[in-house]
Write a protein that binds this ligand. Structure first.
Ligand code: GLC
Length: 495
């Protein structure tokens, strides 16, 4: 363990995100922002030399949040600079578990708009404003953060603004350092340029950034950040390559000494098959034989026949090009003369949704497509499925594979990003817990699928795969300790 002798006993972290469960969740970012701050606060002192982290979260006061909260307390009201005149802003606070959560209210956030409209001019106005307001909030609370930790393009401008304030020798933020986490690099905030112009944030001249990126929120944040974190070690490497770098690879290589990868954790309390009340039959490692009841019930729910010899594949995903669902559908068709059943769950791109429905039409006696968002059903599927399909083209971290493994559903995934860091298939030093394939091609997936079918026939080998997944440590504590050490290093080495 590194020693950090000059550190204060408590480090103050201001954690910014566009969404945070359970208040508001759209995707994986919401899970992370909903879990990591509390995990950081709860790190046992003995793991971080008796120090503690005072982590506070800031999110926009989205309409959906306002409708949920019973008793938000107003804590500050102030003005946020804008070339056309300052914007009146109010902040509220609520407590979620042990984490104080600040919520920013102001005209650009609105009271009815969804978290993301998909129109980056509108979202750009909202999140540029939110990023500036969150930084100002710290000043109005007179709470000097040691670290400002932003996430993805929506809050990246806070990092950029902080750097500008430091340059202008603003004493309040003189000691504050910044961390920016990348959860999904392709989403850089393209289209927000006009919104940034309106806030007086013009293209930077820094030649390290490609010209097209000089007024996109995420690249501006990446340029200004003291540390950059990708949500898995493999993704941290991948973004330095043309295949995954989205045109920023050369710029990111120039910043590689401050980039690291830290795997997300999983909320192991919420995702626990021994206590999950959505399941027909709860089970654990000792009672794994009872898991089959969930498979029977699931098949019955979908009007499919049960046969213990036939593997049930499940896919639970946002229906997005990123997720490689097209590959899964093609592979299932390629493996048509083998026995298998499949249930697909999710919503998103209408083209992918209808491709899922077509597969059901093609194989009416073995495929079901449930085109909806249904968390309880997803729990029954993780508990009843044999194989979890995750053929992502890229996957910065990924959550479903961890849930699948906790629930004894063996992942079959593309070897990329966080999937590669959590799933082991023929690794030298780790027991197998799933199946991986390399190339983004249905043929490669089909081969791995046939390997999994073969293994499925060997009950004992399969049982071992399940146990290996179920005993893996996906706790947030592990990730939180890595973040804490990163904050400590940054605090010590940058002053
Ligand atoms: C994004 C990524 C996903 C990651 C999540 C949380 O949604 O696509 O891989 O798990 O962010 O970091």
């Amino acid at each position: 363990m590194p020693t950090h002798s000059s550190l204060p006993s408590t480090l103050r972290i201001l954690f910014l995100a566009s969404e945070a469960a359970p208040l508001i969740k759209v995707g994986g970012l919401g899970d992370v922002a909903g879990s990591l701050p509390s995990a950081l606060r709860m790190i046992p002192g003995n793991l971080i030399e008796g120090r503690s982290l005072d982590v506070r979260l800031v999110i926009p006061y989205h309409g959906e949040v306002a409708r949920k909260l019973l008793d938000p307390q107003p804590v500050a009201s102030f003005l946020v600079n804008h070339p056309n005149g300052p914007i009146p802003t109010r902040a509220f606070v609520t407590q979620v578990g042990d984490v104080p959560v600040y919520m920013i209210e102001g005209a650009p956030i609105g009271t009815e708009a969804p978290v993301y409209t998909g129109d980056n001019y509108i979202d750009g106005l909202k999140y540029a404003y939110f990023s500036l307001a969150a930084v100002e909030l710290a000043r109005h609370l007179n709470w000097q953060p040691d670290i400002l930790h932003a996430n993805d393009w929506h809050t990246a401008l806070s990092v950029f603004t902080l750097a500008k304030q430091r340059l202008s020798r603003d004493p309040f933020f003189a000691q504050t350092r910044s961390v920016l986490s990348i959860h999904n690099l392709p989403f850089m905030g393209a289209g927000a340029e006009r919104a940034l112009d309106e806030f007086g944030i013009h293209p930077v001249r820094d030649s390290r950034l490609p010209e097209w990126a000089r007024q996109f929120p995420l690249p501006l944040g990446l340029l200004a950040a003291d540390r950059i974190v990708a949500v898995s070690p493999t993704y941290a490497q991948e973004i330095l390559t043309p295949e995954f770098g989205c045109g920023l690879q050369d710029f990111l290589i120039s910043r590689s000494s401050i980039i690291s990868g830290i795997l997300n954790g999983l909320d192991q309390e919420s995702w626990d098959p021994t206590r999950d009340n959505a399941l027909v039959q709860r089970f654990g490692i000792e009672t794994l034989d009872q898991r089959e009841e969930n498979k029977k019930a699931l098949l019955q729910e979908f009007d499919l026949p049960y046969d213990p010899k036939i593997p049930l594949l499940i896919l639970i995903s946002r229906m997005d090009q990123q997720k490689g669902i097209d590959l899964a559908l093609e592979s299932l068709a390629q493996a048509a003369n083998h026995s298998w059943q499949a249930i697909l769950l999710g919503t998103g791109d209408p083209i992918i949704e209808s491709a899922c429905r077509s597969l059901q039409a093609q194989f009416p006696d073995r495929v079901r497509a449930a085109i909806r968002f249904d968390t309880r059903l997803s729990r029954r599927m993780y508990a009843g499925g044999d194989i979890l399909l995750m053929p992502s083209r890229y996957e910065p971290c990924g959550l479903a594979q961890m849930i699948g493994m906790r629930y004894g559903c063996v992942p079959l995934a593309r070897s990329t990003g966080g999937l590669r860091d959590t799933i082991f298939d023929g690794a030298k030093d780790r027991p197998n817990n799933g199946f991986l394939f390399e190339e983004v091609k249905a043929e490669a997936l089909t081969q791995a699928m046939l390997r999994s079918f073969d293994r499925y026939k060997d009950r004992e080998a399969w049982h071992q795969l399940q146990v290996n997944g179920m005993t893996q440590d996906f706790s947030w504590e592990k990730s939180a300790v890595q973040y804490a050490n990163l904050y400590f290093d940054l605090w010590e080495n940058q002053r």
